[in-house]
Design a protein around this ligand. Structure first.
Ligand SMILES: Cc1cc2nc3c(=O)[nH]c(=O)nc-3n(C[C@H](O)[C@H](O)[C@H](O)COP(=O)(O)OP(=O)(O)OC[C@H]3O[C@@H](n4cnc5c(N)ncnc54)[C@H](O)[C@@H]3O)c2cc1C
Length: 444
């Protein structure tokens, strides 16, 4: 079977690798010069800059398996540590690596620093309530509604809100409680190491995108970088792709494909499928998106209780929810990354305003005097970082038309927009395309 995969983000790479493993002739088309999509680096070297700070979790089983398949050195590329939510003053909670998950979570909550006994008891009651519900709730319920009769304000602000914006990139007031509970079930209360934090020690390109492209080429697949697919034409139960290889050069690229997997962002997939599946396209085009702003800065050295810190965020003057100090540090300064998730309302004030507020927030958090320099090195605003994972939202399904499927973190599924959701979607699309080929083989 000739299978075309359009888009070499983590979903497209997963689809291409798994379809190649199944023995299909795969051609991968990527518009950009580097593979990796939203989780890409700007070049192949060790000093490359990533498109934003990414964290993986121990529960990203399919992503880790895919990295191993293509020969990435998972153990060295990722720093593994038990989940902890630590603030700069050392308060917060840390999950014990051993014990049953509910007991580990309960003892972490009871042992949390900076919380009164009433906060801790309310947090344990909240966890028991989630479990009693089977981690399920009506689709239209928001996370804020889920907590309405639950934990104290301090637990909401310092525990649930950071977990919610980190996982769903959507504020609690709008975020889907059903998706949030699915994430909690499979990470915090899932398998023993599922909630472990895996912090990249190498540029993202080296985690999956570059090893995957090498693996694909070594296994006979064709990978076209800088080749944007501009059209999709049905051709006697197959598909022809039109490609732009230059500004004015629009042509049919290849012989027809038996199966096509659109592993682009939702908007691009909607445009490509518009003429063949208008109803599906309308759903894909209707997804709203939420930005993430990533700032890097250098600051006077301070002792951090953990390499990843939660920050006290608020809508008035403190936009960043997390700070990272990872890898080797230059002498005499801290090189820090700040992340502002669910950044839509902040970006409406302009990225200069976000940056100024984040730097002031950092100064306050670490008690850095006016005379000491904090230098902003970069501000990266990804306006369409993920879809807004709001309560009751409808996501398009994988099947678009016969022989045409979608893969991406936005395709209907239990999880929010994450690397694992992208890989799961890519693998599902590859499996379904392969199953079709076997069925048509049987029919013949
Ligand atoms: C700043 C930021 C921080 C994030 N942090 C985390 C995190 O900590 N943990 C986590 O799990 N997830 C995180 N995410 C989300 C994660 O990056 C995404 O869920 C994942 O990368 C999506 O992969 P994808 O393959 O579905 O889509 P994409 O990565 O968007 O890939 C789509 C690809 O299709 C290509 N393309 C588009 N149109 C065409 C066309 N017509 N022809 C050919 N190619 C085309 C694009 O160039 C792109 O390479 C973060 C995202 C951002 C932006």
């Amino acid at each position: 079977m000739r299978i075309a995969v359009v888009g070499a983000g983590w979903a497209g790479l997963a689809a291409a690798v798994r379809a190649t493993e199944d023995g299909h002739a795969v051609t991968l088309f990527e518009a950009a010069g580097m593979p990796g999509g939203r989780a890409r680096s700007d070049d192949a070297g060790d000093g490359a800059t990533d498109n934003g700070q990414h964290i993986l979790l121990g529960g990203y089983a399919r992503t880790l398996d895919l990295m191993r398949t293509v020969g990435a050195d998972v153990e060295r590329a990722l720093l593994r540590m038990p989940l902890r939510l630590t603030y700069a003053d050392g308060s917060g909670f840390a999950l014990a690596p051993a014990g049953t998950r509910l007991l580990a979570a309960a003892s972490a909550l009871m042992g949390a620093r900076g919380f009164a006994i009433g906060d801790k008891l309310s947090a344990v009651a909240m966890a028991l309530d989630w479990r009693r519900r089977g981690f399920r709730c009506p689709p239209a319920m928001t996370v804020a509604e889920l907590l309405r009769h639950g934990p104290t304000q301090r637990v909401r602000a310092r525990l649930v809100e950071p977990l919610c914006v980190a996982a769903l990139n959507t504020p609690m007031a709008e975020a889907s409680a059903a998706v949030f509970l699915a994430v909690m079930r499979d990470t915090l209360f899932g398998a023993r190491d599922a909630s472990d934090l895996l912090l990249p020690q190498r540029p993202l390109a080296q985690l999956l995108p570059l090893p995957a492209v090498d693996w694909l080429r070594a296994h006979g697949a064709t990978v076209h970088l800088r080749r944007r697919v501009t059209g999709l034409v049905p051709d006697a139960q197959r598909w022809r792709l039109a490609c732009a290889t230059g500004v004015d050069d629009l042509r049919h690229a290849e012989a027809p494909f038996d199966q096509v997997i659109l592993a682009t962002p939702a908007g691009d997939a909607a445009r490509l499928a518009q003429s063949v599946a208008p109803a599906w396209s309308a759903v894909a085009a209707s997804l709203a998106h939420e930005p993430i702003v990533t700032l890097t800065l250098t600051a006077p050295p301070r002792a951090w209780p953990a390499p990843m810190l939660a920050l006290e965020a608020n809508d008035a003057d403190a936009p960043a929810q997390f700070a990272f100090k990872l890898g080797e540090q230059p002498a005499g300064v801290d090189r820090v990354t700040l992340v502002v998730s669910a950044a839509g309302h902040w970006l409406a004030r302009g990225s200069d305003a976000v940056a100024a507020a984040a730097v002031a927030q950092y100064r306050r958090t670490f008690g850095i005097a006016d005379g000491e320099a904090v230098d902003l090195a970069s501000v990266r605003a990804d306006k369409r970082a993920t879809f807004r994972c709001t309560a009751g939202m409808i996501r398009p399904g994988m099947d678009i038309a016969p022989g045409l499927r979608a893969a991406g973190d936005w395709v209907a599924g239990p999880y929010p927009a994450t690397l694992e959701a992208a890989v799961l979607a890519g693998e599902a699309a590859a499996r379904a395309s392969g199953a079709c080929s076997r069925l048509s083989g049987l029919a013949a």
